[in-house]
Design a protein around this ligand. Sequence first.
Ligand SMILES: [Zn+2]
Length: 77
Amino acid sequence: MALTVCPDCEGKVSDKAFACPACGYPMAQEKGTSPWPRVLGGVAGTYISAQALVTIIVGSVMFLAFAAIMIAAILGS
Ligand SMILES: [Zn+2]
């Protein structure tokens, strides 16, 4: 495990680290790949999953409310 120097706080950081553990500065990966697409992909995936979960919950509540109204209307008539 090689260590590199953080350009922000000049602390020692593993060259496999995504970010400096001391200051959070994003560290470039080996082979010229940026860590940000993977980080953004994870954030986007979490956001989409949360949005999908909210949509499912809201949809279920709306369906149950609609079904309850329809049942009440049928039973009341
Ligand atoms: Zn740092």
